[in-house]
Design a binder for this molecule. Sequence first.
Ligand code: PLP
Length: 400
Amino acid sequence: MIPRRRIALDPADLRDVWRTLWTSQAQAKKDVSAFEAAFAAAVGVDHAIAVASGRDAMRLILQALGFGRGDELIVPAYTLGELVPLIGGDGLIPVPADVDPTTFNLTPETVAARIGPKTRGIFALHAFGAPCDIVGLRKLADSHGLKLIEDCAHAVGAHIGHQPVGCFGDAALFSLEATKAVSAFGGGVATTNDAQLANRLRTAVANRPRREWPAIKKALFKTFEELAVRSPLYAIAARLLFSPDRASGFDRFYRQAHGHLRVAAGFSAFQARVGLRKLANVPQRNARLNVAWQALAAELPDGFTTQRRDLHGEPAFYNFVVRSNGDLTRQRMRLQQMGIDAGIGGEVMDDIAPTLDYGDCHASAQLGREALLLPLYDDLSAPRRRQLLGALHRLAQEAA
Ligand SMILES: *Cc1c(COP(=O)(O)O)cnc(C)c1O
């Protein structure tokens, strides 16, 4: 079975668990500061603040920007659904703007159509690592006096010209979740060039206790999970969990297993060390996996369309997501029978417009129906890539 995701296991991570046990408070502080400085340098901004998760970074940024009850924030209609209740929870009103069906991203036109008297900000995602038209969105935001926040959870290392994404908005957030490019086994980063905003963010997290154990526990759990996914038993378990009548079984299982693993405390020395190492690998990782992405994309059969990722800049690699015009539930089942674990629907991302009572985000709805997450990662060998392509070609023949 080829799993849809793999987490790179690095023996150095486990060495860091050991080293962390002998770390003084003073040294831990230095480690976290070193990580933040490296992150700020990588994004080309003045300030980076390491926090508990990408979502935590988002909430802290929205609060620090001074948004209040009843203020409207324009968000992509196609994004991570779990962000919506968090935005709404602070009294903000998320207003979805449609995405472009070829880039999967917001455009200045779709956002402009949603600007009204209560709009205070634009929350722009670089979907699956592809830079959105953030320069156009910056101009639009400035002409209406709006704040611009970049969701860079998928896009660390993506850039426009020589400028990395994350330096165009008033602030940006990054995720250090285990499934993202710079994994620190949980955690997030808020970045900004605004010294005042940075101070507010630092003050908000200053009194959080630094606890090493949650991220270490997660690293150990992830190691076991990886070993399980690599075992032959996984194929059987996956078949049970992904059967068509239990289409969301895996998702539910995954969320339950991970819900209690959310890292909630202050950023730890262990996370800083692991994160620093992963950050240094980002340019090479993106280069390698973008080449692999292109090679696969070039050989897709009819009926499968790839995301246009390079319209506004150089993409980062996050996931290999394509659009399929077939019956996705059936396609996933057939792929699974051919030994390939693919994701569909909410396992890829979410069309959030209906939950917010907007019925006019047609491209987002289409992506919600058509997006297919296929396996692609560093140690997906050449024979396995051929197996994947062979399976997709068979699906195309079956549909014809
Ligand atoms: C992963 C992700 C985040 C932040 O995630 P955390 O799991 O809280 O670190 C934010 N936006 C998108 C689109 C994401 O995929």
